[in-house]
Design a protein around this ligand. Structure first.
Ligand SMILES: *Cc1c(COP(=O)(O)O)cnc(C)c1O
Length: 369
């Protein structure tokens, strides 16, 4: 079952004809592992299938999958429309492209499909989506945006790290390319960094032959091998995390110290019906918005009192994590009136759900304004 690990950087040929053919067409042969490698290729096939895509490429991080894909689609003078609130390094990539490479980027409110339509210019080349967005859990109607982009001849790319293809398949909804960080649920054990880009056979071949080989952003064989061990348990892990969240949601929703819970499958979420339409589940990640009366110190104190949730970035591993947004905001800049400053993101891992609930209850109990 477990894929063989080929650590080769380079592959040998016994005939000059085969060697010449490989030099002429690196997409079709394993010549050098910056391009193709059998361990990585075995996983490419599996991941493309999972996403309902014709083909995919694997990258050394989610961010390199995103940057390589974006760079392959735009040139100076082009315009990008991106969803507001996308992953922080994606937003920095767009700001860098616009400051240094003459590529205009418009950030739009993703909840409103009309906002994408209004932002289209004659030189718009790419619509960049991330649904749900990381902290605020806001959705874009992927099918509607795909339709309007297609009518205008614009390419669509969606970051699907939050959902994985088990809970959302952007390509089946009409999106051209789906990207995800493999460092989260796919890897599942907080021990690898990787990325996946899925799309049509033609687009993947073009990206492979240019940006993938030029930028050298591909996944290393050992990481692909690790990922191959993780995939068979993906469904079980995601099911466990999602089940725990659904069990604790009613408790969190009515807790007097919590203003609201941001989660696509929260029944009082404004976009609940859209979540039902385009997603098959919510996963283990949610954001608490603490009541406005709480100071930065009170919020950080709550996070420190948690014993089963460790303070860390990322998610998707075996252990539960907590990330208070205000940990990244200097004390003098903290403003309790700003909703985002009161965000506390929880990732529910694979521990016993009842124990996690008890831990939250105890830590919230000691929280004072
Ligand atoms: C983590 C993450 C990324 C970046 O992935 P890395 O593997 O950390 O480079 C991109 N998008 C989203 C939504 C993420 O959560």
């Amino acid at each position: 079952m477990i894929n063989a690990l080929h650590l080769n950087s380079s592959f040998g040929f016994s005939t000059a004809a085969e060697f010449s053919a490989a030099l002429a067409d690196e997409f079709s042969t394993c010549l050098y592992s910056r391009g193709r490698n059998p361990t990585v290729d075995a996983l490419r096939a599996e991941l493309a299938l999972l996403d309902g895509a014709e083909d995919c490429l694997l990258f050394n991080s989610g961010v390199s999958a995103i940057s390589t894909a974006v760079l392959s689609m735009v040139k100076s003078g082009d315009h990008i429309i991106a969803v507001r609130g996308c992953y922080v390094w994606t937003e920095r990539l767009f700001n860098w492209l616009s400051a240094s490479f003459g590529i205009d980027v418009s950030f739009v409110e993703g909840k409103d499909t009309w906002a994408f339509e209004k932002a289209i210019r004659p030189n718009t080349r790419l619509i960049y989506l991330e649904s749900p967005t990381g902290w605020s859990c806001e959705l874009q109607d992927l099918h509607e945006v795909a339709l309007l982009a297609r009518a205008a001849g614009i390419i669509t790319l969606c970051d699907n790290s939050y959902s994985t293809p088990l809970h959302q398949q952007p390509i089946k909804l009409g999106i051209d390319m789906a990207v995800q960080s493999a460092s989260k649920y796919l890897g599942g054990h907080s021990d690898l960094i990787g990325g996946v880009l899925c799309g049509s056979a033609a687009m993947i071949k073009q990206i492979f032959e240019r940006e993938f080989l030029m930028l050298g952003t591909g996944m290393m064989p050992f990481v692909a091998w690790q990922l191959g061990r993780s995939l068979p348990t993906l469904q079980m892990r995601l099911k466990q995390s999602t089940g725990t969240v659904l069990n604790v949601l009613p408790y969190l929703r009515k807790h007097p110290k919590i203003e609201k819970v941001l989660y696509p499958f929260n029944i009082n979420a404004k976009q609940y019906s859209l979540a039902l339409k385009q997603m098959q589940g919510g996963g283990g990640l949610l954001t608490l918005v603490m009541k406005p009366g709480f100071s930065r110190e009170a919020i950080l104190g709550f996070c420190e009192r948690l014993e089963m949730f460790r303070m860390a970035v990322s998610w998707g591993g075996t252990h539960s994590l907590v990330f208070p947004k205000c940990a990244g905001i200097a004390e003098d800049l903290f403003d309790a009136a700003v909703e985002e400053h009161r965000y506390v993101r929880l990732y529910f891992g694979l521990e016993d759900g009842e124990e996690l609930l008890k831990d939250l209850d105890r830590a919230l109990e000691g929280m004072e304004g």
